[in-house]
Ligand binder design. Structure first.
Ligand SMILES: Nc1ncnc2c1ncn2[C@@H]1O[C@H](COP(=O)(O)OP(=O)(O)OP(=O)(O)O)[C@@H](O)[C@H]1O
Length: 568
């Protein structure tokens, strides 16, 4: 439990921690207002039952004389009215506090998920090749919500209602310690026993639910992304079954958690009612005077009316804490991912003047640390030349490119430009000098122009640069002649409305948009027909001499224009 609280506390920023303490103060005030409201019923009921009480109780007598009312009846009305005003004011205050609390909790969801997204995006590329992307989106979107709904909200309720329960108990205790102890004993034992019984089960189903949720996201993602293959191989049923299995497990566990957290209410309500009748009878046995019994009964009744729902909310909060602790663990783990020191935002691009060099590179992927793809690898690329890299499939050509791009950090060796080693600090400036065409081009569901000027806000897109890049990539004619809205035509989810070759040419145009001094192309023309490939190659050849170009290609034709060939 302490562990859970600590983890939740660590999810907050310093400002949020301060705000949480402010909320606690508000909750204390709320409990005070509530107590006053409950307390106000006593004088009213006392005087109502026996107006003689006014003369017997000094403070009531004092108040009565001060108010200078004509008769006790008016005094009773005044007391009743005062009690009503107090209860209404306390309810209004409660509503405001509750709203502030809800606001705090929901803004916390926004804050935690944004910080998580920031943390993920700041991780090195290697982090993403070892984690499933569906799992990451699930953590940002679903787990933060789950932690909010099942942990932080209940926790805030536990604290607020806990204070209310304590205040009510203090009130009853001040009136009659014996009854207060009896209440604590009965209600505490009831809830305590049920809590102990269900705690372990809740933790267990909570853990299973995290796994089921992960499977749901992953299956959904895979099914929708691989829809072509799924349709062709008729794998719909298998995916559906996988999804349904996870989804049903999640639904069952959610239902069980709900029920287990609601169950004691009815039991405790019945016990509370029985207790109230017993107290009334006991009081009546002690004194025959209803005037004595009524105020006490009023106090107990009202205190119970406020305390039991609060106790139930507290119990539900505790129950949910157990259910959500596995989710909290996974969220907490990712929120503790290291944030690399931010590189200066705008450094001028590192434009090579002499050469780009890979020296003594050793690289093994995280999943196979003992089997390096590259070992003692050297490559020197003179500036403004074009180099073709060839070699059998799986030889490590794309890995070399990822190292040149600074996406993968080698375990040994250096990447240097004009003798200067590229470090984490200078990496953004180096990447600013590179145009890159990957093997698989990612096309966003946006316009052609937005896809060419990738990552640039719409109003900042330089349409002249877009057109220049599109011409060089041999896609300008297609865009202007065949697309209904030209460069503004939306290309659909992952460029579904484009052919493979068109997507590839958009990728090439994207790499050329910033007119970078270095161009890295990984199988960039593999999806083009002979004539288009020749035209693209010709355009790129015209760039050589002005740019440093590295090309990976299987087809000899794609490498013909290169100044030098390198075998891996
Ligand atoms: N994320 C990864 N985790 C583990 N191993 C990987 C990963 N990516 C690639 N590899 C392995 O590294 C080796 C080199 O892969 P790479 O993609 O660099 O080859 P390539 O020469 O570009 O191949 P191709 O011509 O088929 O594209 C392969 O044996 C591959 O299995």
């Amino acid at each position: 439990m302490r562990n859970t609280l600590q983890k939740v506390w660590q999810l907050f920023t310093a400002a949020e921690q301060r705000k949480a303490l402010g909320m606690l103060m508000l909750a204390l005030l709320m409990a005070l207002a509530e107590t006053l409201g409950v307390l106000s019923i006593m004088p009213f009921l006392s005087v109502l039952a026996r107006p003689g009480v006014i003369q017997e109780t000094p403070w009531l007598h004092e108040l009565y004389t001060q108010l200078d009312l004509a008769q006790p009846r008016s005094f009773i009305m005044a007391l009743g009215l005062a009690s009503i005003v107090l209860v209404i004011a306390s309810s209004a205050f409660k509503t405001i506090t509750q709203h502030l609390l809800n606001r705090f909790v929901h803004l916390l969801r926004h804050s935690i998920s944004s910080r998580l997204m920031t943390r993920y995006l700041a991780q090195p590329y290697e982090f993403f090749i070892s984690r499933n992307s569906a799992e990451l989106s699930k953590t940002i979107l679903a787990e933060v919500d789950l932690v909010m709904a099942n942990l932080i909200q209940p926790l805030s309720q536990v604290i607020v209602q806990g204070i209310v329960v304590l205040a009510m108990l203090a009130l009853v205790f001040a009136y009659n310690p014996f009854t207060a102890l009896a209440i604590v004993l009965v209600v505490g034992t009831l809830y305590g026993l049920i809590y102990l019984l269900v705690r372990r089960h809740l933790r267990h189903i909570g853990t299973e639910m995290v796994e089921a949720n992960r499977q749901r996201y992953q299956t959904c993602n895979e099914a929708l992304q691989g829809i072509r293959d799924i349709k062709i191989t008729r794998a719909e049923a298998a995916y559906l079954q996988q999804y349904q299995h996870a989804s049903r497990t999640q639904a069952r566990h959610m239902a069980a958690s709900e029920t287990l957290s609601q169950t004691p209410l009815y039991l405790v309500e019945a016990t509370g009612y029985t207790g109230l009748i017993l107290i009334a009878l006991a009081l009546l046995l002690k004194s025959d005077d209803v005037a004595h019994v009524l105020p006490a009964l009023g106090l107990y009744g009202f205190a119970a009316y406020r305390m039991l729902p609060a106790a139930q909310i507290m119990y539900r909060g505790f129950a949910r804490l157990n259910f959500a602790s596995a989710t909290l663990d996974s969220l907490h783990r990712d929120m503790s991912l290291p944030l690399p020191a931010a590189a200066p935002a705008t450094q001028p691009a590192i434009v090579p003047r002499r050469e780009i060099r890979l020296q003594g590179i050793r690289y093994a992927y995280p999943s196979t640390p003992d089997r390096p793809v590259l070992d003692a690898f050297d490559l020197t690329i003179p500036v403004n030349t074009s180099i073709g890299i060839k070699g059998p499939s799986g030889a490590g050509k794309s890995t070399v490119m990822d190292i040149l791009l600074g996406l993968l950090g080698p375990q040994a060796g250096t990447l240097s430009v004009d003798g200067k080693t590229i470090t984490a600090h200078s990496l953004p400036a180096w990447q600013a000098a590179i145009g890159y065409v990957p093997q698989h081009i990612y096309i966003a569901d946006a316009s052609v122009a937005a896809n060419i000027a990738f990552g640039i806000p719409r109003d900042k897109i330089d349409m002249r640069a877009v057109e220049r890049a599109a011409r060089a990539a041999q896609i300008h004619d297609f865009v202007t002649r065949e697309l209904p809205q030209g460069y503004d035509t939306p290309v659909g989810d992952r460029g579904i409305r484009l052919s493979g070759g068109q997507r590839q040419r958009i990728g090439i145009a994207r790499a050329l948009y910033r007119d970078p001094p270095v161009l890295l192309m990984d199988e960039a023309t593999s999806a083009l027909d002979g004539a288009t490939e020749a035209a693209v190659n010709e355009a790129i050849r015209r760039l050589s001499g002005r740019k440093t170009i590295v090309v990976i290609a299987h087809r000899a034709a794609s490498l013909l224009a290169c100044d030098e060939l390198f075998n891996i």
